[in-house]
Design a protein around this ligand. Structure first.
Ligand code: BTN
Length: 327
């Protein structure tokens, strides 16, 4: 653990109370001057820390910044997701950063956040708007060795269930649109981009890229997204703390990934179906040049969408873009 992380952990453990400089320096084995200097640096980052000669240090408020040490200090251990966290001010795409780490044989669970992305990407080659400090733009490296490449969609289902749970903790009722969109009142709040490197019978690694629109205001969306997209700030009518939401999502991802690796996909799938706005609807799914139309009946055991076509065939759709048809 770094010094910042240890100091923040000690301050948090004291809750509303204070912790003395002497106690922190004894616990961490550094001088009181070193503690004071780190406290000054944390203050510069926006942490409001009261320093009283009698009682010591007290954490009054945390800023809306993503600070790797702070996020790490708020996650329980041992864990896989968030085992290590890196935060960039700007990058092309956090999926690219994680891809490089994966090629360097970094262990699963590392999470990379960026305050902004210059080439954020969505599914099907689309762009993903990622303005500075307005959302959570991050990617997670997974090495699910027990899954076959054909089951990789299960990871997107797992991530969607985790995301939906974390967002509902903010007091909203998000719905899932197959395969990976989180919607509020029919507008997209969040998306997942799952990228995979595999051999025929073996997954080498999977990168789960997640984008959540947190504090965008209506006027910050371009014209073409005004009706289709929304943010937590728009829905809740108040700004939301990005670090708090990040911690909630990483905790839910830890729980659902553990469930998936323990062979519990069916439980995740039923939770997914309970909150899905696609099942039971008449849909048209575009898959490349083809399209499949019919009633979305269920989620397949590999994470695919089972669509009953007009001719009565049950089609298994593993990718593509779903359009809900009016009936
Ligand atoms: C979609 O709904 O089309 C998926 C959007 C995924 C966006 C996230 S933001 C973090 C990560 N980096 C990217 O370039 N894309 C994903």
């Amino acid at each position: 653990m770094s010094l910042d992380m240890e100091i923040l952990t000690a301050l948090r453990a004291a809750g509303e109370g204070a912790v003395s400089g002497a106690e922190i320096s004894a616990r961490l084995g550094v001088t009181r001057a070193a503690v004071w200097s780190r406290i000054q640096d944390l203050r510069e980052l926006g942490y409001e820390i009261e320093a009283s000669p009698h009682s010591g240090y007290r954490l009054l408020s945390v800023p809306d910044v993503l600070h790797a040490d702070d996020l790490l200090s708020r996650l329980s251990r041992p864990r896989i997701i968030g085992r290590d966290i890196k935060v960039f001010r700007e990058t092309t795409s956090t999926n690219d950063v994680v891809e490089k780490l994966a090629r360097d044989d970094v262990a699963e669970g590392v999470v990379v956040f960026a305050d902004s992305q210059s080439r954020g990407r969505g599914r099907l080659g689309r762009k993903w708007m990622s303005p500075p400090r307005k959302g959570l733009w991050f990617s997670v490296l997974l090495r699910p060795l027990s899954l076959m490449p054909a089951q990789a969609t299960q990871l997107t289902v797992m991530a969607a269930v985790a995301l939906r749970r974390a967002i509902s903790e903010a007091g909203l009722e998000p719905r899932i649109k197959w395969p990976n969109d989180i919607l509020i009142n029919g507008r997209k709040l969040s998306g997942i981009l799952t990228e995979l490197r595999a051999e025929l019978d073996r997954i080498k690694y999977v990168i789960i890229g997640i984008g959540v629109d947190v504090n965008l205001t209506q006027s910050e969306y371009p014209e073409e997204l005004q009706d289709a997209a929304t943010s937590l700030e728009i829905e809740l009518k108040k700004p939301v703390s990005r670090p708090e939401l990040a911690v909630a999502i990483l905790n839910e991802l830890e729980t659902s990934y553990a469930a998936l690796m323990a062979g519990d996909f069916s439980k995740l799938a039923s939770e997914w179906q309970r909150h899905c706005s696609t099942i039971g609807q008449h849909v048209t799914v575009r898959v490349g040049e083809h399209s499949v139309s019919g009633r979305a009946e269920a989620l397949g055991d590999d994470g695919s969408l089972l669509v009953r076509s007009e001719h009565g065939h049950l089609e298994r759709v593993t990718g593509g873009d779903v359009k809900l048809e009016k009936t």
